[in-house]
Ligand binder design. Structure first.
Ligand code: UDP
Ligand code: MG
Length: 326
């Protein structure tokens, strides 16, 4: 019988204190399971000695298949690169800091064996998350779900299993600004949700700076929804009604009270109000326009400095976003 092949994709950015520990934990778990597997580390332009550690692991264990990106492209694009190069019948994406516990691998695989094509984990709680992170995250997901065209699961993480069919489908999504949770959620397939509590990081601090976090949050809004564009429409409607009332008031002042002294404050208020509103709506349109421009350039999503060793053996030449489409 042909053994099933599993790919585990792990984006890493300056994780030198975690990689070996994570690798050992994955080996321990996978040893208990009847699969052949590969572990694809996508080094997202690390500046510490993650690279040396990965090259050392690769030399000792041919299942370790690192890919080195040419620069720091961000967690979402590093994940995408890994998904583009994973050969498994099922592909599991997870973080390399032990917050996505390797002990849960067998649970995800069990659901896959049951016939689920996407096993999406949901973080019940993160043990070391601050109160601020928890509340902002919860309100963000509430807001996103109100405006989003597809439901986005609160606490949805990028710890998930995808069947090869789902991975092939995912590879056809080539937008730059991406929120993988939103994409996979909208793809369909037989999905299973699995809840877990994320333990604290094994070593080091979060590699998501507040700036990166904010960027992902903004991407989530603009990628999942065109609702902000409609704000202009709603505001236009409200101001139209308001200006109608003002117009009636002006007619009343002119013909009934015959008090036609020019109302400087009213004019100033109107100019400021409409000016502000137009600027805001222009800003929203600008945001979409800028994004359209970025996507229209069709630049590669990521650049690989050194590819996956097994691909080189197979003579596969894949560059940036050029992947086989099915
Ligand atoms: N990561 C990455 N590129 C980045 C930032 C993070 O590849 O620009 C990796 C990081 O090494 C880790 C995973 O993405 O394996 C999740 O990052 P982190 O643990 O910092 O996020 P948090 O758990 O704090 O949300
Ligand atoms: Mg983490």
């Amino acid at each position: 019988m042909n053994q099933k092949f599993i790919s585990i994709v792990v984006p890493v950015y300056n994780e030198s204190d975690n990689i070996r520990h994570f690798y050992e934990a994955v080996c321990t778990e996978m040893k208990k399971l009847p699969y052949v597997w590969e572990l694809i580390f996508v080094d997202d332009g690390s500046k510490d000695n993650s690279r040396e550690i990965l090259l050392d692991l690769e030399e000792k264990d041919s299942r370790v298949q690192p890919i080195f990106l040419a620069k720091n492209s961000g967690h979402q694009l590093a994940l995408t690169c890994g998904l583009d190069h994973a050969d498994g019948d099922a592909v599991i994406t997870m973080d390399g800091d032990m917050q996505h516990p390797p002990e849960l691998l067998h649970e995800l695989l069990a659901f896959w064996e049951e016939g689920y094509e996407v096993v999406q984990t949901i973080r019940e709680a993160t043990e070391d998350a601050t109160w601020l992170k928890k509340t902002t995250s919860a309100s963000y997901y509430k807001f996103l779900n109100i405006i989003s065209e597809v439901p986005v699961q609160p606490g949805g993480s990028d710890f998930r299993l995808m069947d090869r069919k789902a991975v092939m489908a995912f590879r056809r999504y080539r937008e730059h600004a991406r929120f993988i949770r939103g994409i996979v959620g909208s793809m369909g397939f037989r999905q299973k949700q699995y809840r877990f509590t994320a333990p604290p990081r094994f070593a080091g601090a979060s590699k998501f700076s507040p700036k990166k976090m904010l960027r992902l949050a903004i991407d989530g809004v603009f990628v999942c929804s065109t609702f902000p564009l409609r704000i202009g429409l709603y505001m236009g409607f409200v101001t139209m009604i308001a200006s109608l009332l003002i117009f009636i008031h002006v007619l009343f002042e002119t013909f009934v009270r015959a008090d036609t002294v020019a109302g400087w404050p009213t004019i100033m208020a109107c100019i400021l109000f409409f000016g502000g509103m137009q600027l805001m709506v222009l800003g929203i349109i600008g945001e979409y326009l800028g994004r359209t421009y970025e996507e229209a350039k069709r630049r590669p999503l990521y650049l690989i400095a050194r590819g996956k060793p097994s691909d080189a053996l197979k003579g596969i030449r894949r560059e940036g976003s050029l992947v086989d489409e099915t």
